[in-house]
Design a protein around this ligand. Structure first.
Ligand SMILES: Cc1cc2nc3c(=O)[nH]c(=O)nc-3n(C[C@H](O)[C@H](O)[C@H](O)COP(=O)(O)OP(=O)(O)OC[C@H]3O[C@@H](n4cnc5c(N)ncnc54)[C@H](O)[C@@H]3O)c2cc1C
Length: 414
């Protein structure tokens, strides 16, 4: 008789009861889904999760050309904050930040949300005025932030050098309940919850065509065959232009590589996130001890998910002025993602010219922090046709000139 260890039995029982094996499902050619979501990044998975949780729509497939969270979601530096200037932005990012606070309990999956505080350094008079203005706007929006003095900055970050040779620290915009989370866990947690609701998470399956009939979506063509659906959500970040082209419309979005790097692990030395937008660099310390360092985007459009030497040099050269101790650190690894940037640096969550196709993109360099709020609002838009959270982010704003200008909050920052 075949014998099983207690561990194997427990593992198989957990798989059976959680329905987690659905995450490896292949498309069933006879099945028609109520909703297909293209892209198993954080935004796509969160959308599927809230379609099921808030609207009872569970006949859903999430189709991913690579693996869960293998796009920007698993490559980002995980800064979570909601200190944006414009009201629609503050609303969706603060909704997301609030949902991050309870995400581990909600999903029963530890996403390691760490509200350690995020500070954005003011290193020019222009930035001082800008961040004081943002702090006032945040007070009106109900987002708790404050402009703090250099002395307070030093108390919070003892390793900082306030008197940089080019740009002294003149203060900072401080959000104490902002922080970080474990990026892969966010994707895995949502995927497991979707799987538990009976949804199919189909990996290694690229969408190669969008099928419309009479101006209405009827399904997609993939590398694993055709799949039919009533509604389609395109949530593919840097590839949104390509998918929109397949569906027959254009987007005002550019795709650019964004890079990051981590140092070798060191003892705990900084327990907040610091962003220095004037010199183009930001830094936090991971739970493993690595200094997580990010910079700006490449100066050209591209689809390369990899790092390059000049970025390391530019970013680290700038940060060394403010953090001289990092000059002695060795770099452990470097990588890149493809981010989708709009002209006003705000996302697009919108209906499209094709009936029943919806688009969620344009999060650029800063969409990780928005994942739960974006999923909450986009699911509402897909299920009911309207969401107060997403209304201002529709595609028509580019025709009508109703831009949501966040170039100060999101131009470099993440
Ligand atoms: C280096 C770096 C640092 C960043 N730092 C931060 C930060 O600190 N804070 C922050 O808030 N944001 C940050 N961001 C931005 C953030 O990562 C993104 O805005 C966010 O992850 C976008 O999530 P998404 O789900 O829309 O896209 P993704 O996670 O990229 O998911 C899209 C998915 O669609 C799939 N896909 C594409 N085309 C197809 C197709 N044809 N068929 C099927 N599947 C397809 C892709 O494989 C991918 O998995 C950073 C990004 C990078 C690259």
């Amino acid at each position: 008789m075949r014998r099983y260890s207690a561990f194997a039995i427990a593992r198989e029982a957990a798989r059976y009861h959680s329905g987690w094996e659905r995450a490896w499902a292949s498309p069933d050619p006879k099945k028609k889904y109520d909703v297909i979501i293209i892209g198993a990044g954080g935004h796509g998975l969160a959308t599927a999760y809230y379609l099921g949780k808030n609207h009872g729509i569970t006949n859903v497939a999430i189709i991913e050309k690579g693996w869960l969270g293998g796009g920007n979601t698993g490559r980002n530096t995980t800064i979570i904050r909601s200190n944006y200037l414009q009201d629609p932005s503050a609303a969706i990012y603060e909704k997301a930040r609030g949902l991050y606070e309870s995400m581990s309990q909600d999903l029963n999956f530890n996403v390691m949300f760490s509200p350690r505080g995020v500070m954005m350094l003011a290193q020019t008079q222009h930035e001082v005025r800008g961040y004081e203005r943002t702090a006032h706007a945040n007070a009106l929006q109900g987002v708790t932030t404050e402009f703090i003095s250099p002395t307070r900055v030093k108390e919070l970050v003892p390793i900082i050098n306030l008197d940089g040779p080019r740009y002294p620290v003149l203060g900072a915009l401080w959000q104490a309940r902002a922080g970080t989370a474990r990026h892969d866990a966010v994707a895995w947690g949502y995927a497991r919850a979707c799987s538990d609701m009976g949804m199919d998470v189909i990996q290694q399956c690229e969408v190669t065509g969008v099928r419309n009939e009479g101006g209405k979506v009827v399904g997609v063509t993939t590398t694993k065959g055709q799949i039919d659906c009533d509604k389609l959500g395109i949530v593919v970040a840097g590839h949104c232009g390509d998918l929109a082209g397949q569906a027959g419309f254009r987007l005002p979005v550019e795709s650019v590589p964004l890079q990051a790097l981590v140092s070798e692990p060191i003892k705990p030395c900084m327990d907040v996130v610091v962003m220095a937008n004037t010199v183009h660099g930001y830094m936090s310390q991971s739970d493993k001890g690595e200094m997580v360092i990010g910079g700006g985007t490449d100066g050209h459009n591209g689809f390369t998910q990899r790092g390059s030497f000049h970025h390391i040099e530019e970013t680290v050269r700038a940060l060394v002025e403010t953090f001289p101790m990092i000059a002695r650190l060795k770099m452990l690894r470097q990588w890149g993602g493809i981010v989708d940037v709009t002209g006003d640096r705000s996302p697009i969550l919108s209906k499209t010219p094709v009936e029943n196709i919806f688009i969620n993109c344009g999060w650029g360099t800063g969409g990780f922090k928005a994942i739960p709020g974006s999923g909450f609002g986009f699911a509402e838009l897909m299920a009911t046709g309207y969401s107060p959270l997403t209304e201002a982010f529709n595609l028509d704003r580019f025709k009508e000139g109703r831009f949501i200008d966040e170039s100060v909050a999101a131009g470099v920052a993440h």
